[in-house]
Design a protein around this ligand. Structure first.
Ligand code: URA
Length: 209
């Protein structure tokens, strides 16, 4: 089924057949209102035929300013966890379910705001084409927004994490928590939650190459 917004074709469907063409087309996306206040579209990055694709929620403050996914605190934690399971960061494709930063201004700070279902749905056209073009063997959904985008419905993370699901024929799906969750858990639980995250990511290792 083609991803459409209203009756018109999603802009991702009109872009060329390479990840570079898709990235370029996404820079001008107006499929939902989030583009208006964000600095720029933050598109996925990594090898164009990576066997593992990690999907986060949306760019944060640092990502919005730099234009690169997972370069802030959550990204640093993710990089550490990937290193622990011996998945080289440069071998995976990293993207987000929503490609513009959604935030609320409080004082001088831009505070992350969870994307709405309609925004996740509007952005799925880009993610769907990224998956088609990169053709990974494994998708890793980091948190509830990524799971929602990929499965098209809300999914309890705690029940579904740490096991392999099928996204589509030939493409497995691993669900786990978002690294920013680990930054928010009470200190006393942090090591245990981090170890669980690493255990989940170990399931991705066999999909490398
Ligand atoms: N959180 C995400 O989900 N994605 C990013 O790129 C950064 C933080």
């Amino acid at each position: 089924m083609k991803a459409t917004s209203g009756h018109s074709l999603h802009p991702a469907e009109r872009a060329g057949n390479t990840i570079e063409a898709l990235r370029k087309a996404a820079m001008d996306c107006r499929a939902c209102p989030l583009w208006e206040h964000a600095t720029q579209t933050v598109f996925g990055e990594g090898p164009s035929h990576a066997s593992i694709m990690l999907v986060g929620e949306q760019p944060g403050d640092r990502e919005d300013l730099t234009g690169h996914p997972f370069v802030g605190p959550a990204g640093q934690l993710l990089a550490r966890a990937l290193a622990m399971v011996e998945i080289p960061h440069e071998d995976v494709y990293i993207t987000n379910a929503v490609k513009h930063f959604k935030f609320e201004v409080r004082g001088k700070r831009r505070m992350h705001k969870k994307p709405a279902d309609a925004e996740i749905a509007a952005c799925y056209g880009w993610l769907r084409r990224e998956i088609e073009l990169v053709a990974p063997r494994l998708l890793v959904a980091l948190g509830a927004t990524a799971s929602r985008s990929l499965l098209g419905r809300a999914t309890p993370i705690t029940v579904n994490r740490g096991k392999l699901h099928e996204y589509a024929p030939g493409i497995s799906l691993l669900i786990t928590v978002h690294p920013s969750f680990l930054l928010r858990v009470p200190e006393r639980d942090r090591d245990e939650e981090y170890d669980r995250f690493v255990d989940d990511l170990k399931l991705a290792r066999p999909f490398l190459h």
